[in-house]
Design a protein around this ligand. Structure first.
Ligand code: ADP
Ligand code: MG
Length: 233
C-alpha cells in the first residue's frame, strides 16, 4: 500500500480548530482515486499531508513513495514562466534513467497527449491558465512516476480539454501510477475508480465507481448520471 492514513488529525493553528479530526484512508498501489467534498473541507490539506508537505498533528501517515519520486499538480501552476512548454516538460525527465532520445520522445509524447503541439516553443507565461495547467499535467506525468498528487487539475479546463487530460492521467494509471485527484467536478470524479468524500473533518463517503470502463475519447453525452451523493466544492 503506497499510502496509509490512520486516525490522522490536523490543525494549522495549535489553538485553532481541527481541519481534519480523524481520517483513516488506505490507497492501494495503482489506484486512481478522487477526493471530493465541499469547499474548505480539507481536500488540499489532506493531499499535502499525503505528500508530506504538511505533518499530521496526531495519527500516522505512511507513504512508501520517496518524496523525489512523487509528482504534484498544484492548484496554481508552478512553471518556469519565461521558458518554453517543451523546456518545462523536459526538465521533468532529465533525471530519468533513459537514453537521450527516449527522453526527447517522451517529452514530445506528453506535448501531444495534452494537445499543446502548436505551443511547444512558446514561453509558458504567454499561455492561458488552462494551457498552463496542461503543461503542469504533462510535466507531472512525463517521468512515469509511481505516485501523482493533483489538486483540481482540470479546474481551468473546458469539458473537451478535461477529457483530453483525463485520458492522459488514465494512461498513466494503466501503467501502474497511483493517482490522487482533488476535484469538485463530478465528471472527473466519475472517471476515477474510487471516490472518497471529505466532510466535517472526516471521510463521509467512500465508494467504487464504474469509472474505469467509461470512454472519454468520444463525446461527453455519458456524463455522470449515478446521482452522486457527495457535496460540491
Ligand atoms: N495555511 C493555512 N493556515 C490556516 N488555515 C488554513 C490554511 N490553509 C487552509 N486553511 C483552512 O483549512 C480549511 C481547509 O482548507 P483546504 O484544505 O484548502 O480545503 P479544500 O481544499 O477542501 O477547499 C479551510 O477552513 C481553510 O480556511
Ligand atoms: Mg483546495
Amino acid at each position: 500500500m503506497p499510502v496509509t492514513l490512520e486516525s490522522v488529525r490536523f490543525r494549522y493553528d495549535p489553538h485553532g480548530p481541527d481541519i481534519l479530526s480523524g481520517v483513516d484512508l488506505t490507497i492501494p498501489d495503482g489506484q486512481m482515486i478522487a477526493l471530493v467534498g465541499p469547499s474548505g473541507s480539507g481536500k488540499t490539506t489532506l493531499l499535502q499531508l499525503i505528500g508530506g508537505i504538511l505533518k499530521p498533528t496526531a495519527g500516522t501517515i505512511r507513504n512508501t513513495t520517496a518524496p523525489g519520486d512523487m509528482r504534484w499538480v498544484f492548484q496554481t501552476p508552478t512553471l518556469l514562466a519565461r521558458q518554453s512548454v517543451r523546456h518545462n516538460i523536459d526538465i521533468a525527465v532529465v533525471s530519468c534513467p533513459w537514453s537521450r532520445s527516449e527522453r526527447a520522445d517522451r517529452v514530445e509524447e506528453m506535448i501531444r497527449d495534452v494537445r499543446l503541439e502548436d505551443f511547444a516553443d512558446m514561453p509558458v507565461n504567454r499561455l492561458s491558465g488552462g494551457q498552463q495547467q496542461r503543461v503542469q499535467i504533462a510535466r507531472a506525468l512525463a517521468s512515469k512516476p509511481p505516485l501523482v498528487l493533483a489538486d483540481e487539475p482540470t479546474g481551468q479546463l473546458d469539458h473537451t480539454t478535461t477529457g483530453v487530460v483525463m485520458d492522459a492521467i488514465r494512461a498513466a494509471r494503466d501503467r501502474g501510477t497511483t493517482v490522487v485527484i482533488v476535484t469538485h467536478d463530478m465528471y472527473v470524479a466519475g472517471l476515477c475508480e474510487r471516490v472518497v468524500t471529505l466532510e466535517d473533518g472526516g471521510v463521509s463517503g467512500d465508494r467504487m465507481t464504474g469509472g474505469m470502463t467509461r470512454d472519454v475519447t468520444g463525446n461527453m453525452a455519458g456524463e455522470q448520471t449515478d446521482g452522486a451523493d457527495h457535496g460540491q466544492a
